[in-house]
Design a protein around this ligand. Sequence first.
Ligand code: BGC
Length: 550
Amino acid sequence: MTSEWWRTAAIYQIYPRSFADANGDGMGDLAGITARLADLAELGIDAIWLSPFFTSPQKDAGYDVADYCDVDPLFGTLTDFDAMVEEAHARGIRVIVDLVPNHSSDQHDWFQAALAAPVGSAERARYLFRDGRGENGELPPNNWESVFGGPAWTRVTEADGTPGQWYLHLFDSSQPDFDWTNEEVREEFRRILRFWLDRGVDGFRVDVAHGMIKADGLPDWSPAADAGSMGGGAEAEAVPAPYWGLDGVHEIYRDWRALLDTYPGERILAAEAWVDPLPRVAQWVRPDEMHQAFNFAYLETPWQSDALRRVIDDSIAAFAAVGAPSTWVLSNHDVVRHATRLALTEPNPQGHGVGPRTPGLGDPATGLRRARAATALMLALPGSAYLYQGEELGLPEVIDLQDDARQDPTWFRTNGERYGRDGCRVPLPWTASAPSYGFGPTDAAWLPQPASWASFARDVQRDDPASTLSLYRSLLAARRAHGLASGSLEWPLGETPEVLSFRNGDVVVVANTGSAPVALPAGEVLLASGPLDEASAQLPGDTTVWLRAA
Ligand code: BGC
């Protein structure tokens, strides 16, 4: 008998660089997380997922791993990690870590050995080295582009000083892709999985879980339209990308699942797979593969009742068809925070980010109202929900970061044409009146915090019943009390344009995605994402309410 905790879990994403800084160097760390676990327990989440804290030159904020089995000194030590896991487990919070198998850092021992080794060596065969095209190999082996902009190939200088082969990097040039057809790579990742499982982790979020296998021969490919950099929008592609979502990735996950199943305690795999449509995403969570896959189709759906209804139905159907729960997510460290995104009036492809020159930024107050309503809708849905640190404070994207403060490789590789993801990664405000708003003991913060952060600080929200933090706490408590995550939906309850309404167990949920008020159905109000006018029985625009079912 298992609890299958992952089917219903509320999972809180910690971005360690920006969560809490114990030593005052301006960079969050593991000791900072341990010290703040009480706040997360109070929030009412079931698990945390940590973005990478492994040894890394930090060219892509730690998604460039140089040693998969150690902690970067920026974040602490393995002893700090063990202490963090112990404290989390003592509080009933499970711990998921990030696994980055598509590529390593160029500072990884294997890649350094590959650079030193000759063409055709076993060391090079762990990565994707190829000869260039053109008379003297001066052109890249194919026309693929990096997700972060620019070519996906970099030419190396051979040991004798001559221009040599090229290596593939779907992301930054500091992130060479592994060759997953090489058994040595597979065995190394089994070792890495065991290392963290033995240390007690409850699961892995698998980075770029749709990218590890490339089409034979690495054929040229030109995307049809810019549909987002991570492969979302594949439906629009006449010829699918020769590196996103190839069938060969699935045997890797079957292998890992079998390995995880040898451990006690329901350890899980969660896929970051930017593919569509949803039935394709569901392939990652077939019974012998992963447990969860991020629902980016949901994240990308605009705040519109008909589109939301469609994606909710499609999600539940697609995942149920393979016996998996749906997941739900609105924000993470790669996308514009939903308190800003839901008010944008112009299209904004994933990864491009927003900044001072972005058109159609919309009204921040509308954004926050919609974000609160969208979260109230999401947390009423059956399945597992992911929350990204800071959304419980209603944080917006930081739009006006100075150019010279930006750090995302996207910004550099596109010469500032795309702002990238720094705006959602600014260190959290904990205490309004403290240096760095309580992020750490000094005023250091690796990305500058705006002055407006004081009003979002956790301490000013904690005892304010109208705050976004109080809303999240109430939503998570009521989600648990009413068993919504293991429930099922019945809908529609009446047809009103711009209104989404359904019943889940003994709760009726009504979301008004329009701007004009609509009639508030009769019944006891359990929760509302914003002020209601109960006297005139109106549900204002951009507001979601939970009512006790009659
Ligand atoms: C991670 C990103 C990272 C990329 C390369 C992603 O999907 O979430 O933050 O830049 O993989 O590792």
